[in-house]
Design a protein around this ligand. Sequence first.
Ligand code: HEM
Length: 453
Amino acid sequence: MTTDNRLPPIAPGRRPLIGHALQLLRGRLAFLQQLRAHGPIVRIALGPKSVTVINSPELIHQMLTVQSSHFTKGLLFEKLKLFGKDALPVADGPRHLTRRRLMQPAFHRERVTGYVRTMRDTAASAIDAWSEGGELDLKTEMQLMVQNVVMAAAFSATPAPHTAHAILTSVDTLFKAALRRALLPVPLLDRLPTVHNRRLARASSTLHQVVAGIITDHRTRPADYDDVVSMLLDARDETGTPLPDDEILSEVTGLLAAGSETVAVVLAWLFHELGRHPDLEARLHTEVDTVLAGQELTADHLPRLMFTRALVQETLRLYSPGWLVTRQATDTVRLGDFTLPAGTDVLWSPYTLHRDPGLHPDPLRFDPDRWLPDRPQPPKNAFIPFGAGKRQCIGDAFAWTEMTIITALIASRWRLRPAPGIRPVPVGAITVHPSILRMRTEARQGGTAREAA
Ligand code: HEM
């Protein structure tokens, strides 16, 4: 392999002043996908900034693992501090390490098993309320369901429907602002009293009020709770000092944001694909009916829901929620044949990685059987929906469990049929979401709806 001190090449198609920013602001996934043709590393221009896009799975893995100490979280996460400045997903350096150690136990596999009952009951109450022949806006439906599951399992909170909607709208407003500010940074605009900024201030205040209420409730009746919020309240640093209130608020808000939208879009895409593939849907129904056999779903059923898991895995591949993951080099870093000077903004995309025909044969085909052990598996590091290394998603086991439960619960009771004339296409916002997704409910004949709790 040759090594020199070249900077990565600049991709064609940049426009005066804004560079390639419009392509990303409009959620143009095809633009990001075609960048893979330019080799393992390529640069794009976002306004005056140049951003280095890493395409090769080996180099992405190197950056996230052995070279991770040379990178901070970068552009997007800097702007995601709107949710709370030192929350786990955006913290860097020693603060990240101590906070990660503190929070890790709440997301251990065994601990997640303890959330199964709450996840099931919270999701089931939404699913049981659907009516025959009703039309669902499936993305919103999933967002509300998943948000309620995270709040119930991690914070023991059950918001009233109007509060749940207010939280959803607020999180969405903050996400949109963070993405806009990351892709076309004009710092002066962030400080002016524009309509966007006023809306953002209101959303931030709504979210903080809700989370502050949850924390106050835990403080008032500590004996009633044993969850992620109690763990944060009980935490002490090496001098015995508890976490400051604003930091607890940031962590809880950060988890709510990181844990809701991601899972919701995966589930929305999964049911979209089942709506197009009645054969796969029938196999799911057979598995769920056989494994649950009319009983309430418990943690013991989960390892036997193997096809359900393969469906989730294939959806995580084809519709990976993350499409823009950023980093910034803290010092000069050598990556492959290139040298990235200190301060280089870097970007990688699980979404485009998982659709690379060189790594995943026939990549646009939704084929859960590709994960069967007798089929050739993708190369190492070519499937990383949860990232890798010390910043790998802390909620991966939580997410797998939740997605398996919700898929099985819906399948045990309903078929979701595509509403006529609706053609969802993937749009890159903070996650990759369907442009529109309306589906009709059809009660399953002979399905094994769960026994009453
Ligand atoms: C399908 C579901 C999910 C996907 C695809 C996903 C994806 C990711 C990815 C790619 C990262 C790493 C970002 C980076 O390297 O910069 C991450 C980090 C994180 N995720 Fe998730 N996530 C999911 C669900 C969840 C859930 C359910 C929670 C919590 C309840 C959660 C909490 C977090 C947190 C706190 C971090 C930051 C970890 C750290 O920096 O130490 N995520 N997630």
